[in-house]
Design a protein around this ligand. Structure first.
Ligand code: ADP
Ligand code: MG
Length: 681
């Protein structure tokens, strides 16, 4: 048994038959190892006994008391029996109450002392309800800090705790430590055995903290080691050398680049001629000029004899990039193709042929670029814009269309650098932390429904002065009305009741690509004054004459999303205003929106957003491709993260010694962490 150790089946445990095993399986537990890494979600202090006289209302605690009266049972109605018993510990009396407990009279003996654990109520009567109880010399569920587990039907905390206890006893001395001793010593981490014992049954707070630190450290360390080694391995493959200078492109631009843009272009140029595949994330606030930076990379690739692909999440954005890059590249003889899902078959066929033959240099498009029949003659660079809209696998599909091409991804979701290192551990990160000159700050207001008339009047004033405006509605149903209909109705109402003289347009996610483009083009040309939109305008659309944005139900958006939306205005020389309509009555919602008034720095807003919503919400679930951490928390474990980054780096670079046994254990764990999707070598 012991040699099977952590891999042993849980059905070997006393009390675990087929039925319980099935319940455990619902929690993805079938082995002792899996059981031991089913960590408690919280703990109950059942260790110390309180005196009856000290008891507070609503407190859940232990008392040690003698049974003073026989169990009294009264029948309230057919299926409800109430049992009461009076106990005392010398400081006072307490009544204990149970319901429908047939065995109570046998189990509780008058004159005997027990430890009781339950919830206290002082009114209407001083009572403890349905306490569990044990003899003082036979304590199992009391007398210790007791774990509270994530559960499923058929399991209780007591059952799981009992199984864990058996498993710990069975595996004792058979739990190999997956962290090399040198790492453990350098970072003062306890052994795995101690950690498992104390994460389930901590003797005290210090033991718990040591256990938690060790387990969280291990999760982060394994993950980062895997990412670092991926990075090393990729660099070993052969790759296109791109040595053309971006200078002719840079001097042909209608503006001079910011210092940050120049720096990032230099970083990219260095990557491209470095002999290993570039894998770089460019992270920059809305309007920081990421497109020009990506265009410089595309220019280098094409002038070095390769093709480039440029993928954007929406047709509007892809089309805007196509137009923008066409203008940038007009005088450089670079040929672009636009690939959209909404194209006619004939146009598509022609575009595909030109890409496959190498006649076209650059493909710009949406997910349509990922389709199987898109082939390149020599794809050397794959660019993904607004990468948070794509999954990791989509990024990979794009780069698989070339032979180990350079990869550039761009994100307008500013995230703290340390976190970027974790999430994109396999990427190098460049920050564009400077806006082009002349950008003005946008005045931001949070208002309630009471201000609606005044807000409409304000918008009308701006429109009368020749400006344009956005009204953004969240992607939600309202009173059962589908979101689309809600936005449509809203646009109609505005036309009829508020802005009769103005041309109102509607933009939403359900529109076909061509329809969206038509509306966007009209707005850009000034043929629409007021654009009612669902959050499809969130990314990248550029209309410098738009100066007002009213965001309805702003409380339903994340701060980073609001920041991105707000980035659509203030792009020209006119003073711009963002109005957040808060329809929540909760104080917290107002306070959260207040941050938008005070902050214009996307990185600071992101930090705040992250703090408030946690990384899961912040990044969404689908996009980051992170394994679920069981115990580490990417936000609250920032300090630990710094340590594990250093440890993983040192380990990958061979600065930490380990034995071959230790190495095998470690790589097994890493494979398990990634569901064997990554082979760690
Ligand atoms: P984002 O980083 O949000 O993708 P864009 O690349 O769309 O930003 O740039 C926003 C606008 O700023 C565009 O109109 C672009 O031409 C302009 N721009 C970019 N870089 C500069 C610069 N250095 N000076 C002036 N304008 C710039
Ligand atoms: Mg952009």
């Amino acid at each position: 048994m012991a040699n099977e150790g952590l891999h042993a089946d849980i059905r070997q445990l006393a009390g675990v038959g087929e039925k319980r095993a099935a319940a455990f399986l619902r929690l993805h537990i079938s082995t002792l190892g899996e059981l031991l890494s089913h960590y408690p979600r919280t703990y109950e202090n059942r260790k110390t006994c309180k005196k009856i006289i000290e008891l507070q209302n609503e407190e859940t605690t232990c008392i040690k008391a003698v049974v003073f009266s026989a169990v009294k049972t009264s029948v309230i109605r057919k299926n409800l029996r109430v049992h009461t018993v009076r106990v005392s510990d010398g400081t006072g009396f307490l009544d204990l109450v149970w319901f429908n407990n047939r065995f109570l009279e046998q189990r509780l003996k008058k004159g005997e002392t027990y430890v009781f654990y339950g919830k206290v109520r002082l009114s209407p009567k001083k009572q403890m309800q349905t306490p569990l109880f044990e003899l003082p010399d036979k304590q199992k569920q009391t007398g210790r800090i007791f774990p509270v587990y994530p559960l499923t039907e058929g399991l209780t905390d007591a059952i799981v705790a009992d199984c864990v206890e058996q498993a710990l006893a069975l595996c004792r001395d058979a739990i190999p430590d997956s962290l090399p001793r040198s790492v453990r010593e350098a970072y003062e981490l306890c052994t795995l055995e101690f950690a498992l014992q104390n994460i389930h049954f901590p003797t005290d707070r210090r033991a718990y903290e040591a256990a938690r630190r060790r387990l969280a450290f291990e999760e982060l360390f394994l993950f980062q080691t895997a990412l670092f080694s991926l990075k090393e391995r990729r660099s070993a493959q052969s790759v296109a050398l791109m040595t053309a200078s971006p200078a002719p492109f840079v001097t042909s631009l209608p503006f001079s680049l910011t210092g940050a843009q120049q720096r990032v272009i230099r970083e990219i140029a260095t990557d491209l001629k470095g002999g290993t595949a570039m894998n770089r994330l460019v992270c920059g606030d809305v309007g920081s000029g990421k497109t020009a930076v990506a265009a410089a990379a595309v220019y280098i690739a094409v002038k070095s004899g390769y093709q480039a692909a440029f993928m954007a999440p929406t047709e509007i954005l892809a089309t805007q990039h196509y137009k923008g890059l066409s203008a940038f590249f007009a005088e450089h003889g670079i040929k672009l193709e636009l690939l959209l899902g909404s194209m006619t078959a004939a146009a598509r066929k022609k575009a595909l042929a030109r890409l496959a033959s190498g006649e076209a240099d650059v493909a710009i498009g949406t997910h349509a670029l990922l389709s199987e029949n898109v082939h390149f003659k020599a794809l050397g660079l794959a660019v993904t814009d607004e990468q948070h809209r794509f999954g990791v696998s989509q990024r990979r599909t794009l780069s698989d269309k070339g032979d180990n091409p350079h990869v550039l991804v761009m994100s307008a979701t500013p995230i703290p650098r340390t976190l970027a290192l974790i999430i994109y551990g396999d990427l190098d990160v460049s920050l564009i932390d400077e806006l082009p000159p002349g950008r003005q700050t946008i005045d931001t207001f949070t208002v309630t429904e009471a201000y609606r008339k005044r807000i409409y009047a304000f918008i009308e004033k701006e429109l009368a002065a020749g400006r344009q405006a956005y009204i953004v509605c969240p992607l939600v149903e309202e009173n059962g009305t589908p979101e689309l209909q809600a936005a449509t109705e809203y646009a109609k109402t505005l036309q009829k009741d508020v802005f009769h003289k103005r041309r109102i347009g509607l933009l939403h996610g359900k529109m076909k690509g061509a329809e969206k483009d038509a509306v966007m083009a009209e707005f850009k040309n000034g043929d629409i004054d007021l654009l009612v939109a669902t959050s499809v305008i969130e990314v990248g659309v550029d209309v410098p004459n738009a100066t007002v944005m009213l965001i309805e139900n702003a409380e339903r958006f994340g701060l980073s999303q609001l920041h991105q939306l707000r980035g659509r205005i203030g792009r020209g020389s006119f003073k711009s205003y963002c109005i957040l309509m808060n329809r929540s009555r909760q104080e917290a919602a107002g306070a959260r929106l207040q941050i938008m008034r005070e902050q214009s720095d996307g990185f600071k807003i992101a930090e705040e957003d992250l703090k408030q919503r946690g990384p899961g919400e912040f990044f969404g679930t689908r996009q980051h491709g992170l394994p679920g951490f069981k115990i580490a928390n990417l936000f609250t474990d920032m300090a630990l993260l710094k340590e594990t980054t250093r440890a993983a780096q040192d380990f990958t670079e061979g600065k930490i010694a380990y034995t071959s046994d230790e190495f095998v254990l470690l790589s097994d764990k890493i494979n398990a962490l990634f569901d064997n999707r990554v082979t760690f070598s």
